[in-house]
Each structure stands twice: as C-alpha cells, then as structure tokens.
Design a binder for this molecule. Structure first.
Ligand code: S6P
Ligand code: ZN
Length: 191
C-alpha cells in the first residue's frame, strides 16, 4: 500500500477540517438510541443535526494506515439525556483509538463486552486512550459544541448493532446539580 503524506487544517473552534468528508447524524438517524421516546417524538418534526464527523479515511484493510477525524457534538438534550453519539465497538478488537478534546465539555462512556464500564472526562486538552475492545460513546454535557480530534486504524470497522440492540450500561443524564451517571434500566448485558 502506497501512503501519501498529507497536510490538513482543523479549525479548533468549529472542528471543521478543510476538504474532509463529512458524516451528519440527525435525531431521526438515531431515535432508538435515546431512552425517552416521548422526548424523541416531540423533537422529530425539527429533526435537528445532533453531530457531525469530519474525517480523512485511508483505504480500509491495514492496521498501519490511520484514519483521522474531528467530531462536533451539538449541545442540548433529548429529554433528560444529553446529546451524544451512537457509540460503537470496533469490529476489529485489536484496533484502539485516541481522542484529544479541542473544545467543550463532555464525557467518554466506555464499556467492554464482559461488562466492565468506565466514564472519562473530556475537557480541552484531555487525551483519552480507548483500547480496542472497549465500546465508546461521547456525550456533550456543556453549553457549547464538544469538539474532539480522533485517530484510529483504518481496519477498525464499526459495530453499531450491538449498541443499538443492547445499549450502554451507563447513561449520562442532566441531574439537579449537573451531569449525573445512572445505570441504564434497558441495558442488556452480553454475558
Ligand atoms: C471512529 C471514532 C469517531 C466516531 C464519531 C461518531 O472510530 O470513534 O470518529 O465515529 O465520534 O461516533 P459514532 O459512534 O456515531 O461513530
Ligand atoms: Zn471508534
């Protein structure tokens, strides 16, 4: 595989990478991922964009080729749940990932198929290491967009189905005193 050096520019405030590809997720793309379905129905008419991912992908297939990207998660809530990503396992459990928060305030929710769970803080400068076997979801708990850079091997792949079917063990919701971590009553463990 012939790799070509590249130079890209990230706007640290908006998260936009010039000339990158973009994936846009609206509420309708992920309605089932939120636990308050009445709140989802109330918001579906407007169908807001919840997050965008600007990315530069290498050809899939080799762990030595890395994809890079910036995710921009909008602030706000769906019911008492903060706006968040779908979350996924990598299909390749040997493909890890690194996140670097550029702006905003978030939580990185992690779990393994064996039932271990962790939640890490995301504030500007936070560097989060995600081992290959850990599912990962980011949650914007602040009032401004959560913007973070990510780098991951091009052979990682995405398993969204497990999360769609079983959910995450922990949810980040808005409590009286700010973000609060609760057990997800609808979570279905794998083991
Ligand atoms: C890719 C990496 C991120 C996410 C992005 C959106 O491995 O973890 O670029 O794709 O934050 O999240 P999701 O769960 O919708 O892909
Ligand atoms: Zn990932």
């Amino acid at each position: 595989m012939h790799e070509i050096p590249y130079n890209a520019h990230i706007n640290f405030d908006s998260g936009v990478i010039d000339d990158a590809q973009v994936t846009e997720r609206r509420l309708s793309d992920m309605a089932a991922f939120y636990h308050d379905q009445e709140a989802v129905q109330r918001l579906l008419d407007d169908d807001p964009v919840l997050y965008r991912v600007y990315y530069i992908a290498q050809e899939a297939g080799s762990p030595s080729l890395w994809n890079t990207g910036v995710s921009v998660i909008e602030p706000g809530r769906v019911g008492d749940e903060y706006i968040m990503t779908k979350g996924h396992y990598h299909l390749n459990p040997e493909a890890p990932e690194v996140y670097l928060t550029l702006s905003g305030t978030g939580r990185l929710v992690l779990q393994t198929r064996q039932g271990e769970a962790k939640v890490l803080a995301m504030t500007p400068g936070a560097m989060n290491y995600i081992p290959g076997e850990w599912a990962h979801r980011t949650v914007n708990v602040g009032d401004e967009p959560l913007v973070f850079f990510a780098v991951w091997p091009s052979d990682a792949g995405y398993d969204y189905d497990t999360i769609a079917e079983r959910g995450f063990a922990r949810l980040v919701i808005a409590g009286d005193d700010g973000p609060q971590l609760i057990d997800n009553p609808a979570f279905i463990p794998e083991s």
